[in-house]
Design a protein around this ligand. Sequence first.
Ligand code: ZN
Length: 228
Amino acid sequence: MKIKINPSMVCADLSKLGQQVESLNDAGVDLLHWDIMDGVYVHNFCLTPGIMAACRSFSNLPFDVHLCISDPASFITEVAEAGAGIISLQLETTPHLHRAVEQIHHKGIKAGVVINPSTPLSHLESILSEVQMITVMTVDVGFAGQNFIYPMVDKIAALRKIIDDKGMQIDIQVDGQINAKTFSQVINAGANVLVLGASGLFSLSDDIGNAVQVVRGQIDNTVSGSFL
Ligand code: ZN
């Protein structure tokens, strides 16, 4: 399975975000991750649909939008119009999940669900067949630079088994402190989409194209190593 690189745009150089989007596009990443926060669900602000829309013309890559907000379903139209390719709803703040997923699909966009570290996988059971991606948070949502929560490796493996046993085609994304120290654990457990922030990508080189090459090499080594 191809491992997809999904840079977290809030960790890019925000003073030249359009150029960063273009450079990541040219460097061959697979998607771009946009965290939207409202200062309510988490005590932080982040990117907005307006910022995403301003960057849309710099790349044709899918924009993967993570709505870390208190009422994700109420912003589906705004992020769709801003150019989202995948909209991921925070499971814990979306009470009417099936309706929200349907709303996303009606806009011709892929739907995903994000699950917090303390939420059990059983809460995903009824929605799995409806979504294209599950994001397993490997830190508590809201801030960069936290410690990776290691029990999430078993959670990823359990989710991969459920998906494979049912013969479903659902991406498993991991978000939070994904870097060279954690690549092998999350990939071997079955994650195939990696959200990469400062430690995983942007701090590796001043040249973003070079940073992507370094990461691709680290991931390739992990994948080939796991088959030895
Ligand atoms: Zn995120």
